[in-house]
Write a protein that binds this ligand. Structure first.
Ligand code: HEM
Length: 202
């Protein structure tokens, strides 16, 4: 049963992309299919980032250690969807002109926040395998804490671009804030129990 979970999750993570491609091929994405595709893929990247950050709290509450094995796949899919989102933006909005991307980054804070989040995710994706984990040791954990900076930047990316309806953007920001608050509380708890242990040793 446990063996089937990973391939199943792999298929589930591919489903949104497959259904969007299906809708695009069948002209079901409305008057601006390029924009719709980019927005939907961006939304899935954000949802997968939430799913990745949810793994630790769920593991703590459920005690199900093997959940951690799914985190890497969720994180990689988040990066994959974010990269497709960026590629669709480069294709439909910028015509693959690099200078236009630079202009957008300089002129629009929400683009610079999204792009910085993607840049932070890049080394995380490249070093997500076991071999790099072993090679980088403690630095691996330090590097991978970057996911929290990426989450803050993604929240800003989503909030900054809203023109009228803040509802959905605020829901994303609230979920990211709760996940970061949980992490911070756990970090503080660990720090205080480590200093208590030191006091007892002294
Ligand atoms: C890599 C650099 C990125 C660029 C250039 C970029 C660009 C954009 C653009 C142009 C929009 C549409 C804004 C509008 O409606 O006017 C957008 C929306 C969005 N982006 Fe990004 N983005 C980037 C990274 C990310 C990342 C890393 C995530 C999440 C992990 C993300 C999630 C979203 C979401 C959720 C939306 C709103 C979708 C909706 O309204 O349904 N973006 N992005």
């Amino acid at each position: 049963m446990q063996r089937a979970v990973k391939p199943l999750l792999f298929l589930v993570c591919l489903l949104p992309l497959a259904s969007l491609v299906w809708a695009a091929v069948n002209y079901q994405l409305g008057p601006d299919p390029g924009e719709k595709l980019m927005l939907e893929i961006g939304a899935w990247a954000a949802r997968l980032l939430i799913a990745t950050l949810l793994v630790s709290p769920l593991r703590t509450w459920s005690g199900w250690v093997s959940l951690l094995r799914l985190r890497r796949m969720l994180g990689l899919f988040c990066f994959f969807y974010a990269s497709v989102h960026l590629s669709l933006f480069a294709h439909f909005y910028l015509g693959w002109v690099a200078e236009r991307l630079l202009e957008e980054i300089v002129e629009r804070p929400y683009i610079s926040a999204g792009f910085t989040a993607w840049l932070i995710m890049l080394p995380l994706a490249l070093t997500s395998n076991r071999a790099m984990q072993r090679r980088l040791r403690r630095n691996w954990q330090r590097l991978h804490r970057g996911v929290y900076a990426a989450a803050v930047l993604v929240s800003l990316h989503i909030l900054w671009q809203v023109r009228s309806d803040f509802g959905e953007a605020l829901v994303y920001a609230l979920i990211f804030a709760l996940l970061l608050a949980w992490r911070l509380m756990r970090y503080r708890k660990k720090q205080s129990s480590a200093s208590n242990a030191k006091l007892l040793d002294a």
